[in-house]
Write a protein that binds this ligand. Structure first.
Ligand SMILES: Cc1ncc(C[n+]2csc(CCOP(=O)(O)OP(=O)(O)O)c2C)c(N)n1
Ligand SMILES: [Mg+2]
Length: 629
């Protein structure tokens, strides 16, 4: 080698990729951290000899550099990675390696969840031979029209960046593009680098600088001056403005800035699922949840608001109650969002910016301006009235089986202010949104972008890995548990402690209630034997989920009453082990009503009286739906 020739390192593609990952860092507010902190995986022939060999070399060198963790299900490991990234405010992430075929397609649901929630996860599925010398390889889908399609192409629409590394030379540019997307607050989501199994094992002379320490700066874009002036003008002209705090407030660590703005101006604040915790529940001006699962306090203020200022929200149908929540005839929107896509929604005044930067500049520009005192009082009284509703729900005392609200109340009493609750699907997310008393911005972790059954336990594992100093309480229904509970075994293996509250109500309280409301008579929503009449309305099944959890290595406590639940939670908190607290509840007792609507179309023609009645109610409710234009 002459002095002018650049230094190279001979490694396989897989070795080069994992070495590259160990050198990547993110930076925001002057703090640098590792970008990819570890790797989940399940090995098969599509990754064992490539990425597997590379990870082994790394572990033998130093097991702390890129810890490898075995998952039980590929979907579960992406959920864990998503929970991890959310807990870290998207500043660090985990990689996930899989085999080809089913191992890879099991990633799809997790990838969709990550992308919809804008959470960075790095997916490394194996792929079929690039050289095609041995095709069709075991598990290869043969697409007759083209040999450059594999099952991994199902990951394209659910990835924010997708590339397939057919040749080692492609790796540097693909890997750099992947890191850019992972660290871009507007573009982030699942990033997929599909790795054909032969290419993983192929050696190449890499430029040494590929492995140099690299820092990806996470920006805090400041608002455009003219757009900011438009926003300030709109706020000054409003008499009933309302802030809707979304997940962006929390990811941007903008909660202090939000607090300063509302303390100064008196603008009340309500929260989306991802934004819950933006303010402590009892802060002056905090109205709690908004929309379909909102508090009556927030929804009454939302109904009359003349200016709705969304901060870091993508305006899901739950937030707008399917475009019925904001009913003022002249309501206008302001959208503060780091993603132009969301900032343009509802014909709002678009303010493309980081939430913290934008809130600080808005606060400064509004100096001396406040909402009318009477409006502030109205909002505070509404919040106070809802707090009494929550207190009553926490104290329901239902017999013989407790109500879910009481369970939530008991868990709320048991958690410390920084402890995290994790949930995702079923009736609990809505009840938690309405009723949970949140005290810390990172203490409420309900995945409601994809509301994916099965996220709860796996996601909780990721949360705990991201912040081991906090106690993590997973709330999971029996339906979600049956879908994906296996990562309990991973938590046990990793000595990661979770407290899992398993709410057994023998089926779907959520969809059962919804089914009834749309006239479908709870059809197919309870877990029951097939009866002699041929219907699923026989006796309750003999399924014992507590025994199932025990068999996976968890410590299990069975509670029959709320008092026993309180005692079990106290014991679970003290225990160093992952503990499942099992409690049976009455599925027919919903949380307090809020009068909000959700658009679920009902059959326009039907032989059923129940459906015809529901259709009439649907058509009536539909009249309140607005275009927000
Ligand atoms: C993967 C997935 N499949 C289906 C659904 C639709 N869904 C939403 S809630 C629910 C039932 C959840 O049952 P359970 O976990 O027991 O909670 P419960 O409704 O009883 O509170 C279903 C099927 C979903 N959200 N996710
Ligand atoms: Mg259930």
């Amino acid at each position: 080698m002459t002095a002018s020739e650049p230094a190279t390192v001979r490694l396989t593609t897989a070795q080069a990729l994992v070495r590259f990952l160990t050198a990547q860092h993110s930076e925001r507010d002057g703090v640098e951290r590792r970008l990819i902190e570890g790797c989940f995986g399940i090995f098969g022939h599509g990754n064992v000899a490539g990425v597997g060999e590379a990870l082994l070399e790394l572990e033998l060198e130093d097991p702390s550099v890129l810890p490898y963790r075995q998952a039980r299900n590929e979907q579960g490991m992406v959920h864990a990675a998503a929970g991890f990234a959310r807990m870290r405010n998207r500043l660090s992430a985990l990689a996930c390696t899989t085999s080809i075929g089913p191992g890879a397609t099991n990633l799809v649901t997790g990838a969709a969840l990550a992308t919809i929630n804008r959470l960075p996860v790095l997916l490394l599925p194996g792929d079929v031979f690039a050289t095609r010398v041995a095709n069709p390889v075991l598990q290869e889908l043969e697409y007759p029209l083209s040999h450059d399609v594999s099952v991994n192409d199902t990951l394209r629409p659910v990835s924010r960046y997708f590339d397939r590394i057919y040749r080692p030379e492609q790796l540097p540019s693909a890997a750099m593009a992947a890191m850019r997307v992972l660290t871009d607050p507007a573009d982030t989501g699942a990033v997929t680098l599909a790795l054909p199994q032969d290419v993983q094992a192929e050696a190449f002379d890499w430029p040494a600088e590929l492995f140099a320490r690299r820092v990806w700066h996470v920006p805090r874009p400041r608002p455009d001056r003219a757009a900011l002036a438009r926003v300030i003008e709109a706020i000054r002209q409003s008499s009933r403005p309302l802030i809707v705090a979304g997940g962006g407030v929390i990811y941007s660590e903008a909660t202090e800035a939000l607090r300063r703005l509302i303390d100064q101006t008196g603008i009340p604040v309500c929260e989306t699922q991802a934004g819950k915790g933006s303010l402590p529940f009892d802060h002056r001006g905090a109205l709690g949840a908004v929309g379909a699962t909102g508090t009556q306090a927030a929804n009454s203020v939302a109904r009359d608001a003349d200016l709705v200022i969304g901060v870091g929200t993508r305006w899901s149908d739950f937030t707008t109650a399917s475009r019925t929540a904001f009913a003022h005839p002249d309501v206008r929107f302001v959208n503060v969002n780091v993603a132009a896509f969301d900032a343009a929604k509802h014909a709002g005044i678009s303010l493309v910016a980081d939430a913290r930067e934008a809130l600080e500049e808005i606060t400064e520009a509004l100096r001396g301006w406040t909402v009318p005192a009477s409006y502030r009082r109205t909002a505070e009284q509404a919040a106070h009235a809802w707090s009494e509703v929550v207190g009553a729900a926490y104290g329901t005392r239902h017999d013989p089986l407790p109500a879910q609200c009481e369970v939530i109340g008991a868990v709320n009493d048991a958690v410390g202010p920084r402890d995290v609750i994790v949930c995702a699907a079923g009736s609990m997310p809505g009840d938690l949104h309405k009723l949970w008393r949140t005290r810390d911005p990172k203490a409420y972790h309900v995945e409601y972008g994809y509301s994916c059954m099965g996220y709860e336990i796996a996601g909780g594992l990721g949360v705990k890995l991201a912040d081991p100093d906090r106690e993590v309480f997973v709330l999971v229904g029996d339906g979600s548990y049956l879908m994906l509970a296996q990562e309990i075994a991973t938590a046990v293996q990793e000595n990661v402690k979770l407290v899992i509250v398993l709410v057994q109500n023998h089926g779907f309280a959520s969809i059962g209630g919804l089914s009834e409301s749309v006239g479908s008579q709870r059809f197919g929503t309870a877990y029951r034997y097939r009866s002699p009449e041929g219907r699923l309305d026989g006796a309750v099944l003999p399924v014992d989920l507590a025994a199932n959890a025990e068999s996976l290595g968890a410590q299990v406590l069975r509670a029959a009453t709320i008092d026993e639940l309180r005692a079990a939670l106290a014991k679970a908190k003290q225990s160093p082990h992952t503990t499942v607290v099992h409690i049976e509840t009455d599925p027919l007792l919903p949380a307090p009503a809020n009068g909000a609507w959700w658009d679920v179309p009902v059959a326009q023609t039907s032989a059923l009286d129940t459906t015809r009645a529901a259709r009439a109610a649907y058509e009536d409710a539909k009249k309140a739906q607005r275009p927000y234009l």
